[in-house]
Design a protein around this ligand. Structure first.
Ligand code: NDP
Length: 303
């Protein structure tokens, strides 16, 4: 039995988020025989489960994102971490007991240290009807939803690696794919630009943005900043990612974009609270850096 507050046991570490960073932290902390709780709002795995193929994780030649995430989940549970599917809604720091409380939508949990590993989510366009039409033509994941639009005309918004990978994928499924990008050159790697150029059902709409989406029950058309109106059954939005750290803004320092300010040691502005993976300020947001942060944060959190 660990320490108790009243009748409630205190975890050594609570990890918020069961993506690559959070589960890697859980593996390290649990293997060190610490009492570990992982809280996850939706399902384990985080962003990587949407990648059909991972080919850049050192030592693994080829694996699907889902297989990778499942292996990590099983490794964390096998090492003794407890995982609960509850949405964290805040953190309180109870200084007199030297412990912290994590509030969820259904309970409260106490720990000596906390690791926040909540990743990021797809950036929204901020347009009227965007939320209402999500799942009815607006999507943030072509590999998840592309098959619903087989043989139809669809659009992709964005010019980074995600947008071009999605456009390449959709060109094999859909009759026509518009790619809409705010500049006249792509941010994506040259190899993806070349793959896209080999497709014959892509129409490039450069130097413009989506300014309105039309449709009552489902998406029907898009309005662009250059005044054009195009008909499309789906719009795949791939304009980057953003963190969701608003609930921590009163206890942790965030940067101007909402990322938790933390260095390579994953230490935040609050003693005993660490930030790992894409939710923190960092230069490189990759699978391997998320896993690395998990290890660094766990080893710092359990001393
Ligand atoms: P990125 O930030 O790389 O690209 C976002 C794209 O959306 C950019 O072209 C950007 O335009 C555009 N954009 C951003 N904000 C807006 C806005 N408000 N309105 C209109 N357009 C906007 O995001 P990704 O999701 O593509 O990639 C995220 C990270 O993941 C990157 O590091 C990427 O390299 C990596 N990644 C790697 C892959 C791989 O290695 N196979 C696959 C997918 C992602 P602009 O170019 O003008 O700034």
């Amino acid at each position: 039995m660990g320490n108790m507050v009243g009748k409630q046991e205190i975890y050594d570490v609570i990890i918020v988020g069961a993506g690559t960073a959070g589960l890697s932290a859980a593996v390290y902390a649990a293997r060190a025989s610490k009492k570990v709780l992982v809280l996850e709002e939706t399902s384990y795995g985080g962003q990587i489960i949407y990648s059909p193929e991972v080919e850049n994780y050192p030592g693994i030649v080829h694996v699907s994102g889902f297989q990778f995430a499942t292996g990590l989940y099983e490794q964390a549970v096998g090492a003794g971490a407890e995982i609960r599917f509850e949405k964290a809604s805040g953190i309180q720091i109870l200084t007199e007991k030297e412990c912290k409380t994590v509030l969820t939508n259904s309970d409260t949990y106490k720990a000596k240290s906390i690791i926040i590993a909540t990743g990021s989510r797809s950036r929204r366009m901020g347009l009227d009807g965007e939320e209402r039409l999500t799942g009815a033509g607006i999507s943030y994941c072509a590999t998840c939803d592309g098959a619903f639009f087989k043989g139809r005309t669809v659009a992709v918004f964005g010019g980074g690696n995600t947008a071009l990978e999605e456009a390449v994928y959709l060109s094999g499924l859909c009759s026509k794919v518009y790619i809409i990008h705010r500049r006249n050159t792509f941010r994506a790697e040259q190899r993806l630009v070349e793959q896209l150029q080999q497709k014959n059902n892509i129409e490039y709409l450069m130097n413009c943005r989506v300014t309105a989406i039309n449709g009552s029950e489902k998406l029907e058309s898009l309005e662009l900043s250059d005044g054009r109106l195009i008909e499309a059954a789906a719009l795949f939005v791939a304009i980057g990612r953003e963190p969701q750290n608003e609930i921590y803004k009163d206890i942790l320092a965030l940067d101007e974009y909402g990322y938790i300010i933390a260095g390579e040691d994953c230490r935040t502005s609050a003693e005993g609270i660490f930030a790992a993976g894409d939710c923190r300020t960092k230069q490189v947001r990759q699978l391997v850096t998320a896993a690395s942060d998990g290890a660094v944060a766990a080893l710092a959190a359990i001393v």
